[in-house]
Design a protein around this ligand. Sequence first.
Ligand SMILES: Nc1ncnc2c1ncn2[C@@H]1O[C@H](COP(=O)(O)OP(=O)(O)O)[C@@H](O)[C@H]1O
Ligand SMILES: [Mg+2]
Length: 314
Amino acid sequence: MTVAAADVVAVNGLRKRYGRVQALDGVCLEVHRGEIFGLLGQNGAGKTTLVKILLGMVAPTAGEATLLGCPAGTPAARRAVGYLPEDHRLPEYHTAATLLDVYGGLQGLDRATRRRRAAELLDLLGLGRAGGLRVRGYSKGMKQRLGLAQALLHRPDVLFLDEPTDGVDPVGRKQIRDLLLAERARGVTIFINSHLLGEVEQLCDRVALLRQGRVVRAGRVADLAGWKGTWLVAFDRPPLAADPWDAGRLDPPDRDGRQRFHPDGLWGVDADAALERFLAEARHRGLSLRHLERERGTLEDVYLEFATPSMVTT
Ligand SMILES: Nc1ncnc2c1ncn2[C@@H]1O[C@H](COP(=O)(O)OP(=O)(O)O)[C@@H](O)[C@H]1O
Ligand SMILES: [Mg+2]
């Protein structure tokens, strides 16, 4: 199925109520073709509910949701989707190879194609040698990677991954990250639900922060996690921290000899002018600059601004 120019996912005024719990409370967001989009929020924020609505597994209470230009749940759109559910249970008596063979069959792949594709994915995900072992003996991380192989088998246009790296060790996380970046390079659109912010920061082009069923912030990672107001500087010879002219404005050097410079309010001038003056003074003292970097905040900083218990009972 080919994807039209329109957004891959478009959600408008989406609400979902489970009894007394308002899981989604008027969510609006869109996911563009070919991007990695992260939906972030703590447990109970509504991430899984949103994905289940998009895939037609849960009916919304109100609002609109489209996937590939079709109303959520349309079979034609679903055929172009790969899905890694949260807390999925893979049948334990299968080996990775027989499991992927069954799923590939369900996805309509012929025997030769699914064998080739399964071997390729198991290899890419570092499961090549475990291919003949029963799933029963797999670690959580191995099960996650096998679940991802299942989602990718039929070369979907859109991938939905619900907490893909939860319980996966650093090597496995890197394999998953590399694989997802390769999929994006092929033009696949990727929608990730996660509460692991560091992961998302490394992977996603855009994110939305979901809290109590509402999007509280959305945008490009670089724009959300903006400048902290400080600079990291390093000179050819350390340290400057003890120097009286910069007292209190320069932190001690880190492992790499970088020091944090705090320009705000210094010398009664604005931050840029303070930096200029600081660098001029350093030059005047015969120091040469080796490193200069605006210090960015992290998604975690942004997230923590909003983090409160997200269970809503009304
Ligand atoms: N089937 C369900 N029945 C009742 N409440 C549910 C159901 N599924 C989810 N919820 C509730 O909806 C809220 C959002 O859940 P969920 O979408 O799973 O959030 P997340 O994936 O962000 O952790 C939570 O308060 C959760 O307990
Ligand atoms: Mg969830």
